[in-house]
Design a protein around this ligand. Structure first.
Ligand code: GLP
Length: 241
């Protein structure tokens, strides 16, 4: 596990974008795993700026997003589909057919996650997975207690996650209670993982991760078993470490 120490959110976002850009330039047909939430917004901003200025192309890149809320249609402004279009896909030259996001409008929720898993495998697997971390250590939407052996699945969100994500909705009651997420095993099969951690509210989670104890009660600790993880963490998250 390698840690890149940066000063603040801006620097984290720029460093993450530069990291991704260099991978895309080296491998134009990169399979890129993407994350949502507040953390990567700045990264997407820099990627879009770079695309406009330096013409880094995504036309042969394939993407797989980590997760989606269950019960939100793609068109719903709070969906992660909308988020990805707004922050990234609408501003670059990616082929929409090459972008994949778990389905939130699931009629038969049983088959969808397995099909998503299959799609990732067929693509050759994720080369670089971008990750954020929840305050309770969740990655994707894998809440504490999720087996490390889990593949893509439907999960019940923890009350603390609903509370943390309520800021994006009119009220906590509007936050979906379930999500369709890559599993921990899905994430672990990525060849490389880039974990972004910013802000004081992530300090506890980062501290716990760096303590090095591996336990399913703290999902991010699975990453300690991965051979190729880079963390970019800002000062507020590192608490002066
Ligand atoms: C969300 C997402 C995660 C994200 C995490 C942190 O619920 N499902 O993929 O990494 O929680 O979110 P934020 O970056 O907004 O703090």
């Amino acid at each position: 596990m390698k840690i890149i120490e940066v000063t603040n959110y801006q620097e984290m976002s720029k460093a993450a974008a530069d990291y991704i850009i260099s991978k895309v330039q080296k491998s134009p047909n990169l399979i890129l795993g993407l994350a949502t939430g507040g953390t990567p917004v700045g990264t997407y901003k820099y990627l879009v700026e770079d695309h406009k200025k330096n013409k880094t192309s995504y036309k042969d890149v394939t993407t797989f997003n980590l997760d989606e809320y269950v019960g939100l249609a793609k068109e719903n402004p709070q969906s992660y589909h909308s988020y990805m279009n707004e922050h990234f896909f609408n501003h670059i030259d990616i082929n929409p057919a090459n972008t994949h996001i778990p389905n939130g409008k699931i009629e038969s929720i049983k088959d969808e996650p397995a099909a998503y898993e299959e799609l990732i495998k067929e693509s050759g697997g994720i080369d670089l997975q971008i990750l954020g971390i929840g305050q309770n250590g969740h990655i994707g939407f894998n809440e504490p207690g999720t087996p490390f052996s889990s593949n893509s699945h439907i999960i019940e969100l923890a009350p603390s996650t609903i509370e943390a994500n309520a800021r994006y909705f009119e009220s906590p009651e509007e936050v979906p209670t379930k999500a369709n997420t890559m599993g921990i095993n899905t994430i672990m099969r990525s060849k490389e993982i880039l974990l972004l951690v910013s802000g004081e509210n992530k300090r506890q989670a980062l501290t716990q991760l760096l303590e090095g104890k591996i336990s399913e009660s703290f999902p991010a600790s699975a990453l300690l078993n991965h051979p190729n993880v880079v963390i970019i963490a800002d000062e507020a998250a590192r608490s002066g470490r």
